[in-house]
Design a protein. Structure first.
Length: 448
């Protein structure tokens, strides 16, 4: 009985906040306007399937079998019309990945074959275009204005159940560090977490506020069963808007960089650097010849804002710069020796970003890591993490780790990208047993 009363109270509060009619508590007026902008997406295509055994040169040498094969795939998801006049539809990259044909179905059951304007695996955002009249669009709200506890509504097509609506709240903001698909490398995450029910088929659908404005694109869930357990994630509209602008202009996202290696400013580091706050991104290295070096940014600087907007940590700075336009000048505020300084920096074209292994574990102190770079001989042949630099005298160097090594796994668990490796290392208090590929050989290196 208590659960029923609580549910009734929750819905009533939501209806009041939505500005419902005085004689009827309902979210229906908002949904009548918003729901037609959410579409069903059906995809057919082919996907390359790798044989993991045949990634090993030993097996390839003795077994004459194809390393890859093409298999047919079908998938369904959701999408949101964001520009009715241009017929632009936003969805998830993973919904349309490997698509040969994409069909968009509207609420009024009209079907249209869509063209792919562009797609970005890093943010899991894709942009489609359909040639259709009489469309309804959802206008975005500023997701930066969301607060934990705000009511939100998820609209999508879970399990093929068209235009299903679920109500919940914002459970958390700024969620990062997930690896929802091991095939994605170098992801940019700043998720809205919600307990509004999200299931398979909701991907690419709308998360709206109680004014009927778009605040996020539903993307993923955490669940042991595959169904909703009240932990869902959406890409915030601020990130979606930045990606869509680049997809329209370039057909891809051209990521920028400052040319620094950064890490979170922890309370311990803040105390050691005699800082009053543990907020910002600590510069641990400045790349030679980079725009950051030209702007006089130095190691031990703490970057606290970009263009007047506060930086919470390393991931926040990475998102702000990585989704910025190459060639754009930004104002960086930093703290150096207790003094606040401002620097004008041009966002440079991004190469391969290095990650400081020592930021996660002292066992990787002096090790710079990156996703496998295109110029590495094993690029496209194996999945793992490239060792970009090993400082002489470091623990890793003493145990035999070398630049150019590819870390395939740690303590019997495979890793596909830098974020996955760092997350795993952070969980392991004991010796790191690295499974490493060096040329044609695979070896183990233990770092206590």
């Amino acid at each position: 009985m208590f659960r029923l009363l609580r549910a009734v109270a929750l819905f009533s509060l939501a209806a009041i906040a939505a500005g419902a009619h005085a004689d009827k508590f309902s979210a229906a007026p908002v949904l009548k306007e918003a729901t037609p902008a959410v579409v069903n997406i059906s995809v057919r295509g082919r996907r390359v399937q790798r044989n993991p055994l045949l990634e090993d040169p030993f097996f390839r040498r003795f077994f004459n079998a194809p390393q890859q094969r093409s298999v047919p795939v079908q998938s369904v998801g959701s999408g949101v019309i964001v520009d009715a006049e241009e017929g632009l539809v936003v969805t998830n990259h993973h919904v349309v990945k490997d698509a040969e044909t994409i069909v968009v179905t509207l609420l009024d059951r009209r079907d249209f074959e869509a063209t792919l304007v562009g797609s970005d695996a890093g943010t899991d955002v894709a942009l489609l275009r359909i040639d259709a009249d009489d469309l309804t669009e959802l206008r975005p709200s500023d997701s930066e204005m969301l607060e934990v506890g705000d009511f939100v509504v998820a609209i999508g097509n879970p399990f093929g159940l068209r235009h299903t609506v679920t109500l919940g709240i914002v459970s958390a903001l700024g969620r990062t560090g997930f690896n929802f698909d091991a095939g994605y490398q170098d992801s940019y995450q700043d998720f809205i977490q919600t307990d509004a029910s999200i299931n398979r088929g909701n991907s690419g659908g709308a998360l709206i506020d109680l004014d009927g404005r778009l605040v996020g694109i539903n993307t993923a869930i955490i669940s042991s069963s595959g169904g909703s357990v009240g932990i869902g994630f959406a890409v915030p509209t601020r990130m979606v808007t930045a990606v869509v602008a680049q997809l329209l202009e370039h057909g891809e996202v051209r990521r920028g960089q400052l040319g620094v290696i950064i890490r979170d400013l922890t309370p311990d580091l803040a105390e050691g650097l005699d800082l009053d706050q543990a907020q910002g991104a600590l510069v641990s290295e400045v790349m030679e010849g980079s725009h950051a070096e030209k702007a006089d940014i130095r190691p031990y600087d703490v970057i606290v804002s970009v263009d007047g907007e506060a930086i919470e940590g390393a991931n926040d700075l990475r998102n702000r710069v990585g989704l910025g336009r190459v060639g754009e000048e930004v104002e960086i505020e930093l703290i150096r020796d207790g003094e606040r300084l401002k620097r004008k920096v041009v966002i440079g074209e991004r190469g391969v970003t290095l990650a400081d292994g020592g930021a996660t574990s002292e066992r990787l102190e002096g090790v710079a890591l990156r996703d496998i770079s295109p110029d590495h001989p094993l690029f496209g042949e194996v999945r793992g993490v490239e060792v970009a630099r090993v400082d002489a005298g470091s623990r890793a160097a003493r145990e035999g780790l070398r630049p150019g090594d590819i870390i395939l796994g740690v303590n019997r668990r495979r890793v596909a990208n830098v974020q996955e490796l760092l997350d795993l290392v952070e969980e392991l208090p004991r010796t790191l047993a690295l499974w490493v590929q060096r040329g044609e050989r695979r070896i183990f290196i233990a770092i206590p």
